[in-house]
Design a protein around this ligand. Structure first.
Ligand SMILES: Nc1ncnc2c1ncn2[C@@H]1O[C@H](COP(=O)(O)OP(=O)(O)OP(=O)(O)O)[C@@H](O)[C@H]1O
Ligand SMILES: [Mg+2]
Length: 161
């Protein structure tokens, strides 16, 4: 049988419990998931790509069938290069929908072999985004409900707390 491989792309700056929830649920659908950090997505990231990869590796260690990688350039080219057939994206609010719909449509046009699979956020995470987490952490708020402990520690270090 053909292995069902999916790429889960994003900036993961940093990875949150919302991302991990999608990952864990995705593992029930796919044989292998490649978390792929986009190198060119964010112009002013808080964490370098290497720091982000390190944090992701820390929190997914022990999860079988998960690979952590980064990519440059077009997502569909990367997806093809790792012989994946699916892209996983999480959906929170309507505000995610328009952008995701555009991206999925463009990617489908660029590579008709690849399908984007959307997974609905869980109720506990629908308001969790990397951006919000960074804002709260920067202002000294507690983010331990929203990110793994190792990420929380890194955020405190980054903001000198
Ligand atoms: N809490 C969440 N629930 C469901 N999906 C999520 C959640 N957070 C992120 N995602 C999804 O994960 C994928 C990668 O997202 P990304 O790395 O841009 O994270 P983000 O939290 O949206 O970050 P940013 O705030 O920088 O945009 C996207 O499909 C995004 O919709
Ligand atoms: Mg986003």
């Amino acid at each position: 049988m053909v292995e069902r491989v999916a790429v889960y792309p994003g900036s993961f700056d940093p990875i949150t419990n919302g991302h991990l929830d999608i990952l864990q649920r995705g593992l029930r659908l796919f044989d292998k998931i490649i978390i792929a950090v986009a190198r060119n997505a964010e112009k002013r990231p808080l964490f370098t790509v290497e720091e982000r990869l390190e944090m992701i590796r820390e929190v997914v260690q022990g999860l079988e069938n998960v690979i952590v990688d980064s990519f440059d350039g077009l997502l569909v080219d990367y997806v093809r290069s790792v012989a994946a057939m699916f892209i996983i994206r999480g959906l929170r609010a309507m505000s995610d929908f328009e952008y995701e719909f555009q991206m999925a449509s463009v990617n489908r046009t660029l590579n008709g072999q690849v399908d984007t699979i959307f997974m609905m956020t869980s109720k506990d995470y629908f308001f969790v985004s990397s951006r919000t987490i960074k804002e709260v952490a920067e202002l000294g708020g507690c983010v331990e409900k929203f990110v793994p402990p190792s990420v929380e520690r890194r955020l405190r270090e980054k903001f000198g707390r």
